[in-house]
Write a protein that binds this ligand. Structure first.
Ligand code: F6P
Length: 342
């Protein structure tokens, strides 16, 4: 059996661990051959491949990024995209495809399987942790670790200057990174997209923190929105899946805090640092197990499925279940951490 593998969407730590596990088990236990499609769906559309054998995956477990490259190409928005994918799968004699990606990449895999009968298995990745049907996506734990370390560091410099430090983290329309890193890093305010925030309330928390002789750290998710107003964006450009590129709320909020409280406020935008570098041990563990179970699904011909984490078990769910609805932060969970605000 020949299996195609691709990684799509924003990269994240652990992609290489999945690829390695798929190839190692597929080759050793099932005698599979592999071909890697370069740069996500773009490589499948354009027929650009890389050899994927045991030597190609040696030593890649701790490496960030993806040896296959990635892109946000949407074949359904590319002229003859689906036809070209089918032609290329035939050309390279690919019997099944493993798509490692988030909402967009897996949404394409689900449609290719449902509408065109292309045998696909999905693996959930994203630092945002916003995919339904899985308790966690790999990449999230590493991103939270990086953001938490940044918050720890910002505490000490904020204290030295007694200024407000606003930290903008990624996560798109889900507040998971902000919530987990903000709690772990002891932030005084955490703002998430799921709950619009009141700038006056934020300023009250900031002021009360100064009264206790500490400098406040405000963690704001890039998708968080003020109560009265629109999403704050540095630039409103969109990617090929139609998503607006987020970022800008951190800068805006620091200015508002400074004007309203008279305290100096600065912003750190963590940006792609949260996606780069070596995966945490948890992400290597999760990504590896996802890879092992994905090749099992291929071997058993269980297509249209995505591997998912439920408790400590890896299960299979329809890919469409993971992409139908964003997994966002429950209001009760947000309320729970509110005891630390101010
Ligand atoms: O989905 C992962 C993510 O890092 C989001 O948190 C962020 O909004 C987006 O990707 C950034 O995308 P890009 O790297 O294309 O700018």
């Amino acid at each position: 059996m020949k299996v195609g593998v691709l990684t799509g969407g924003g990269d994240c730590p652990g992609l290489n661990a999945v690829i390695r596990a798929v190839v190692r088990k597929g080759h050793q236990e099932y005698g599979c051959e592999f071909v890697g499609f370069k740069d996500g769906w773009r490589g499948a559309v354009e027929g650009r491949t890389v050899p994927l054998d045991i030597p190609a995956v040696r030593g890649i477990l701790p490496r960030g990024g993806t040896i296959l490259g990635s892109s946000r190409t949407n074949p359904f928005k590319t002229e003859n995209g689906v036809r070209d994918i089918r032609d290329n799968l035939a050309k390279y004699e690919v019997d099944a495809l493993i798509a490692i990606g988030g909402e967009d990449t897996l949404g394409v895999a689900a449609r290719l399987h449902e509408e065109y009968g292309i045998p696909c298995v999905g693996v959930p990745k994203t630092i945002d942790n916003d995919l339904s049907a899985t308790d966690y996506t790999f990449g999230f734990d590493t991103a939270v670790g990086i953001a938490t370390e940044a918050i720890d560091r910002l505490h000490t410099t904020a204290e030295s200057h007694m200024r407000v430090l606003v930290v903008e983290v990624m996560g798109r329309h889900a507040g998971w990174i902000a919530l987990h890193s903000g709690l772990a890093g002891g932030a005084n305010v955490i703002l998430i997209p799921e709950q619009r925030f009141d700038v006056d309330q934020v300023c009250a928390w900031v002021t009360s923190r100064f009264k206790a002789s500490y400098a406040p750290i405000v963690v704001v998710a890039e998708g968080a929105m003020p109560k009265d107003g629109d999403m704050v964006l540095k630039d409103g450009t969109k990617d090929s899946f139609g998503h607006v590129r987020l970022s800008g709320v951190g800068e805006w909020l620091a200015k508002e805090i400074e004007e309203r409280t008279g305290k100096e406020a600065r912003t750190t935008v963590l940006g792609h640092i949260q996606r780069g570098g070596t995966p945490s041990a948890f992400d290597r563990w999760l990504a590896t197990r996802f890879g092992l179970h994905a090749i099992d699904a291929v071997h058993e011909g269980d297509f249209g499925k995505m591997v998912a984490l439920k408790g400590t078990d890896i299960i299979r769910v329809p890919i469409a279940d993971a992409t139908a609805k964003l997994k966002t932060v429950d209001p009760a969970l947000y309320t729970e951490v509110g005891v630390f605000f101010g």
